[in-house]
Design a protein around this ligand. Sequence first.
Ligand code: CP3
Length: 363
Amino acid sequence: MSKNFQKDFPPMKNDLILRAARGETTERVPVWIMRQAGRYLPEFLKFKEEHGNDFFHIVQTPNLACEITLQPIRRFDLDAAIIFSDILVIPQALGMTCEMVKGKGPHFPEPLREPEDIKKLNENVVVEETLGYLMDAITLTRHKLEGKVPLIGFSGAPWTLMAYMIEGGGSKTTSNAKKWLYKHSEATSLLLQKLTNVIVDYLVAQVRAGAQMLQVFESCAECLSPYLFTLYAFPHLEEIAVRVKQRLGKDAVPMVIFAKGASYAIRELSQSSYDVIGLDWTVPVEDARLQAPNCVLQGNLDPCGLYASKDDLIRATKSMVRSFGTKKYIANLGHGIYPDMDPEQVKIFIDTIHSYSESLNNQ
Ligand code: CP3
């Protein structure tokens, strides 16, 4: 299915985010929200219930993943859709079991414990086969979007996936995984390279299936020191962007790097091959602009800002747009939206970004 379809996709009616990602001027600031399809939406909860509350079943069934991807697009004036999946499908493709435990999050019953365990991981993963369901979901969704907004594909970054594979789930410190960085340097490099190779294939396949922008999530960057980031995370992040662009063409698709908690690395990332740097909410925008003067930036309202009163949310959103400016900017939250957030507040956030940035542009 994921071959020879590209020319058949509906023409784009809104490509603001693609133009902004390339640094072009846009009439208003584009906005999307990390985790925009998810548990804060009653229609998501209902749909999930109807399908056995089985997260990975939905992810692996293209028409179900497509439906959930479209839900926030129907409700809000968003400027992009992001395909419904999870970063942990790569460890699954490598042969690891990962379950989504209700109220707890992802769980690996058999995490990597010793460097020897790397040998148990599948060799020569063919992503178009093992993760073919995702490519089919992307192609289907591109059609069903009818050109309304571009579709974002994504992957976890090597260090973040390694952290989950060793910790066996989420971890505040990732100290077990960091132990590998200090104790098993060679095995660490082997594992990170293995992940890098699969991630490159995975991202290329997503674009061939129809993804129009890619985001790489380095969500566990906050646990690293600048030294460890430079040694173990950055080289693989850079290799991913370089190889994806070599395979697809330099301008084929904009790439976003979101390294959560890595404000220490903004300068380094600004010299990378990524087109856009995603910022979490702890980063002062002025500092980021100084460190990455020529880059397109994405972010970064504190997700908890959505708990504020309507007036305070509008104030904070306007202040965010003012500090980034309306050029070289894609609006987002500084991390994913939480399950108990009010969809009405999401609408206010999105609409304020649009109306306020348009009014600034017309001044
Ligand atoms: O953004 C989107 O709407 C697209 C879908 C998406 C999901 N996960 C769906 C999901 C994306 C882009 C992700 C990325 C992801 N997954 C990351 C990187 C982003 C980040 O948050 O830093 C990480 C670290 C994961 C791993 C993961 N998946 C965790 C820690 C959890 C549990 C915590 C939580 O937020 O629910 C998940 C589960 C998950 N992934 C859900 C969704 C909608 C909830 C599943 C459910 O309904 O119970």
